[in-house]
Design a protein around this ligand. Structure first.
Ligand SMILES: Cc1cc2nc3c(=O)[nH]c(=O)nc-3n(C[C@H](O)[C@H](O)[C@H](O)COP(=O)(O)O)c2cc1C
Length: 270
């Protein structure tokens, strides 16, 4: 993917589509990208492109979509981070092809989607997405939804990112080579636009945390906010790689004191 940072800046959730099928060429490109969309945890995430007519798939927030995709994963440690990472890589690839998407974990006919995904042996399907060409004009419902969650806004850099400890906010100016990768994290999509990711920069390490809110964990989805952190890890990696950096993921809690609702997730060493 070229110009990842621009793709990240340009992406938004698309809920109104123009009703045109995406055609066999783009479908094949998506299929082959999905088959290879890995994550630094090495946990398999399986994608399927789904025809809504064939499977009777609907979402009350989406209009004009002629295709969806879903992804499933086997329960286990780090499944959410891996899931968020791989799924977001597909979202950004779709963006590079001029296609719109929306992460959907709640507002869908979940039973029908799970049937279409053919879940086996305890697999779960936390989220799905429509995929297609954005409509020229947003539906009224879509613009109201965006207003409802302030979808065009993000928390300021200094409330999300910290310098050595949670007591010291990080400024963009002081974050050096990490400025763009962290800005890419800040712009990421998240469930209800809660932006639960936090990061503490310490030397050449960036420690990622999840700031929990209530109501984001269920058997059907796992912890949606942990998926959000997986999305953040994906944005950080792709934006850092674009700057010629090679972030290496590890899971080893540095023991930096954090609020009770803030949980350590992973570290990138760059
Ligand atoms: C894990 C996850 C689950 C989401 N679930 C839904 C959903 O059920 N319905 C919906 O309309 N949007 C859903 N969203 C989209 C968010 O509302 C959206 O990303 C956020 O408001 C920011 O807007 P943007 O994506 O346009 O930047 C979800 C996003 C994520 C990351």
């Amino acid at each position: 993917m070229e110009n990842v940072f621009e793709l990240i800046r340009a992406r938004r959730s698309v809920r109104s589509f123009d009703g045109q099928p995406i055609g066999s060429e783009l479908t094949e490109k998506l299929r082959s990208f999905m088959d290879s969309a890995g994550n630094p945890y090495g946990i398999p995430v399986e994608f399927k492109l789904l025809d809504p007519e064939e499977h009777g798939l609907t979402s009350p927030v989406i209009s004009g979509a002629t295709m969806y995709f879903g992804a499933k994963v086997s329960p286990g440690a780090h499944m959410e981070e891996a899931y968020g990472y791989s799924f977001e890589a597909v979202v950004l690839y779709a963006q590079s092809l001029g296609l719109g998407t929306t992460w959907i974990g709640g507002t869908m006919d979940r039973k029908a989607f799970e049937r279409a995904m053919d879940l086996q042996n305890g697999e779960i399907m936390p989220c799905v997405s429509p995929i297609g060409f954005p409509a020229a004009k947003m539906s009224l419902k879509e613009s109201l939804m965006r207003k409802g969650v302030k979808a065009d806004k993000r928390l300021p850099f200094s409330e999300l990112f910290f310098d050595g400890s949670f007591g010291t906010p990080l400024t963009e100016e002081r974050s050096g080579a990490f400025a763009e990768p962290l800005e890419a994290v800040r712009l990421a999509p998240s469930a209800v636009n809660k932006q639960p990711w936090r990061a503490v920069v310490s030397g050449n390490c960036v420690h990622f945390y999840e700031k929990h809110s209530r109501g984001y964990v269920s058997d059907a989805t796992g912890d949606l906010q942990r998926i959000d952190v997986g999305i953040a890890l994906c944005h950080f990696t792709l934006a850092a790689q674009e700057k010629g950096l090679a972030p290496l993921l590890s899971v080893s809690d540095p023991g930096i004191p954090a609020d009770g609702d803030t949980e350590y997730i992973a570290t990138f060493t760059v």
